[in-house]
Design a protein around this ligand. Structure first.
Ligand SMILES: Nc1ncnc2c1ncn2[C@@H]1O[C@H](COP(=O)(O)OP(=O)(O)OP(=O)(O)O)[C@@H](O)[C@H]1O
Ligand SMILES: [Mg+2]
Length: 315
């Protein structure tokens, strides 16, 4: 079952064609790495699938009701909240339910209406099922994992550096537990210890993800599938980073061999044609002068080139 289907994607910036009629799928079990040279179009691809950039052509189809969490390469946005308040917004819906429950109790004190207590009980079940009472611990764990505790939970997000903000936004995204995580170069602002924590987190992540990275060791440890953005194409390989690179090399070798074989065949055909022209040139010229067709020469020519025609038609 595909979470995302990209079909016939084409996009050009100025005179740079990033993709031409490219297609791929993101499946439920995919832990996908996105690789490609600088400027190949990896970040643009993330922007296109999140709807921030309209492609020239192509269909982007997400599975209905799918919750997407996205961290862009430069993690924009200044927030007036403290770090902790900001991270709590990952659970905004649960806090809303908790507030509804408090309202129920308040109104019950005034009205003694049992229906309000029943409603409060149902809210309680939702809160417990979603670990509402563990939120604080959960936030603290993620803060420690990504090194945000060193910034301080009462520090204002707007006063944090770009790198610190990226970590905080990543933390919020992970706390939200979306169905799909889209991370553009998440290790840029992390040191080794925190990259290690993120690797463990992503390996235990039950949803699927797409991660852009130039850090090959990181990719090797988190991926089970790779897409390679290169020369206008998007190629999907199954397996981790190293396995994808191996498959890419094999594919390139096969293509080179096929190209070499075709080149040799063309050279051979041209040599044969040259020889036939030498053999029959005078005969054809005589026939031309007489104004009639040299059928024998033509038939022999077609017979000798039969294999060449078949070869070129089958390619
Ligand atoms: N809004 C835009 N307008 C014009 N050109 C753009 C725009 N966004 C990106 N580009 C160009 O498109 C190309 C692809 O950019 P993109 O950011 O997708 O590359 P990338 O693969 O993410 O590169 P990197 O690995 O350096 O992050 C680049 O040449 C970039 O300059
Ligand atoms: Mg990029």
């Amino acid at each position: 079952m595909s979470i995302l289907e990209v079909n016939g994607l084409s996009h050009t910036f100025a005179d740079k064609q990033l993709y031409q009629d490219a297609s791929f799928r993101l499946n439920k079990e995919d832990h996908m790495g996105i690789i490609g040279q600088n400027g190949a179009g990896k970040s643009t691809l993330i922007k296109i699938i999140t709807g921030q950039q309209l492609p020239d052509e192509g269909q982007i189809k997400w599975q209905n009701g799918c919750k997407i969490g996205y961290l862009d390469q430069y993690a924009q946005g200044a927030h007036e909240m403290t770090v902790f308040e900001f991270l709590k917004t990952a659970f905004a819906e649960l806090y809303r339910i908790s507030q509804e429950q408090a309202n129920c109790y308040e109104r019950y004190a005034e009205t003694m209406d049992d229906k309000l207590m029943e409603k409060a009980g149902r809210y309680q079940e939702i809160l417990e099922a979603n670990d509402f009472y563990e939120i604080q611990t959960h936030i603290e764990q993620v803060m420690a994992g990504l090194g945000i505790d060193a910034i301080g939970k009462d520090h204002k997000v707007s006063e944090c550096s770009g790198g610190q903000r990226s970590k905080i936004i990543l933390a919020k995204l992970l706390l939200e537990k979306p169905d799909v995580l889209l991370l553009d170069e998440p290790t840029n602002y992390l040191d080794t210890e925190h990259i290690e924590w993120l690797i463990n987190y992503l390996n235990g992540f039950s949803g699927c993800f797409m991660v852009v990275s130039h850090d090959f060791d990181f990719l090797e440890r988190i991926t089970n599938t790779i897409i390679d953005v290169a020369f206008g194409k998007i190629t999907k390989y199954t397996g981790s980073f190293k396995s994808a690179i191996k498959q890419k090399e094999v594919k390139k070798e096969v293509q080179l061999k096929a190209y070499e074989k075709q080149r040799q065949q063309i050279e051979k055909d041209e040599a044969t044609f040259g020889k036939i022209r030498l053999e029959h040139g005078q005969q054809w010229q005589n026939q031309d002068k007489k104004g009639s067709t040299n059928w024998t020469g033509l038939i022999r020519l077609v017979m000798r080139f039969r294999h060449t025609l078949i070869f070129h038609m089958s390619n």
